[in-house]
Design a binder for this molecule. Structure first.
Ligand SMILES: Nc1ncnc2c1ncn2[C@@H]1O[C@H](COP(=O)(O)OP(=O)(O)OP(=O)(O)O)[C@@H](O)[C@H]1O
Length: 344
């Protein structure tokens, strides 16, 4: 009899209750304080990422959005293994990766590639483009013949629109947009399945951003890529994302399919974010101007992180952290006011 009980495929990426705290960035002298008349170490921490749980399935492009300092880059770095979580788990294709050694993670390095805001971060200024692109191919395929290494690099250069006759030039000879194409090519040379892109368009001229975004979209379709895409730009999310996680003070306040999020944003913070972009205000109130203090990630509010700026906040919001609740349309929203039907 044919076995129809095959186990469902785990998500490609899963974050389970992930936290990241950084020691306050102070000199040793600044950290020493007199308290109760005694000299003590100031052990306050920056709570950059707080209890974040999310999944990314194969073929998806999950966009993470939010204001500056909300923890987007920290999430990307935790996933890429550049930072270790203070608590929680990061899983890739079902296996925990946050507690593995660099050596154990080596095979994963090929499957998961990162693209940064500043392509200089991934391009060595002393290497020609050919050297920069051949290096990862050789590293991950030590037995590949030099002719095949060159063929792979040629294929990728053509795919991203970098003229192969420029192979002996150095990164400084290229414009920002071309450098980002080269950084994308470098990521693609090793045939990854998952790309973590951290604000890959933010440093580019507006006229170039659409070209680079389309290139990443083409690569997604042609190579079956899955993306975790960090951005503060909602029009990029609308164009690129299949799902969106809205981050506020290191906490996911709303997680939804892109179409659902833009058609029916629910969390008061998401609504404020969308209302700030005139072309996205369809059926929404005019620009919602947020008032109130943004708490520091050093002293987080006891209840909802958004409570100090939320027009709907009441006593419950001040004392009790909202948990993500599944909505009828499948989105997850962490908001007492939404749960109680108080947001119109
Ligand atoms: N290495 C570090 N040491 C101390 N604090 C840090 C460190 N890295 C990040 N932070 C703090 O953690 C919080 C989240 O930072 P993060 O860079 O992840 O935010 P972001 O949303 O990516 O911001 P941006 O859009 O400005 O890049 C911020 O308060 C930041 O100052």
């Amino acid at each position: 009899m044919k076995d129809t009980m095959t186990a469902p495929e785990p998500p490609l990426l899963e974050l389970r209750g992930v936290e990241k705290r950084f020691a306050l960035d102070q000199s040793l002298l600044e950290r020493l304080r007199f308290r109760d008349g005694r000299l003590r170490m100031d052990r306050r921490e920056v709570h950059a990422v707080n209890n974040v749980s999310l999944t990314v399935n194969r073929g998806e492009a999950l966009c993470v959005v939010g204001e500056t300092g909300c923890g987007k880059s920290t999430v990307a770095r935790l996933v890429a293994g550049l930072l270790a979580p203070s608590a929680g788990e990061v899983r890739y294709a079902g296996a925990r990766i946050d507690n593995q050694s660099r050596r154990d993670l080596a095979p994963l390095r090929r499957r998961m590639q990162m693209i940064f805001q500043n392509p200089y971060a991934s391009l060595n200024p002393r290497m020609t483009i050919a050297q920069a692109l051949e290096e990862p191919v050789r590293y991950h395929n030590p037995d590949l013949a030099p002719v095949d290494v060159r063929a792979k690099v040629l294929e990728v250069m053509q795919a991203v629109g970098v003229d192969p006759s420029w192979r002996d030039r150095y990164p400084h000879e290229f414009s920002g947009g071309q450098r980002q194409r080269i950084a994308i090519a470098r990521a693609l040379t090793v045939d990854p399945e998952f790309i973590i892109a951290d604000e890959p368009l933010a440093a580019l001229d507006v006229s170039i951003q659409a070209q680079v975004l389309n290139l990443m979209l083409e690569a997604k379709v042609a190579r079956g890529l899955t993306y975790l895409f960090i951005t503060h730009d909602l029009s990029v999310v609308q164009h690129f994302g299949t799902r969106v996680a809205v981050l506020y003070l290191g906490t996911v306040c709303e997680l939804a399919d892109t179409a659902t999020l833009f058609a029916a944003p629910k969390h008061p913070y998401t609504r404020a974010l969308l209302s700030a972009v005139p072309q996205m205000r369809d059926g929404m109130p005019d620009h919602i101007r947020l008032k109130g203090e943004i708490p520091t990630p050093i002293t987080l509010p006891k209840g909802c992180p958004f409570e100090t700026r939320c027009a709907y906040a009441d006593q419950r919001c001040r004392v009790e952290k909202p948990r993500p609740q599944q909505q009828r349309d499948g989105s997850l929203v962490a908001c007492h006011a939404v749960e109680e039907g108080r947001v119109d």
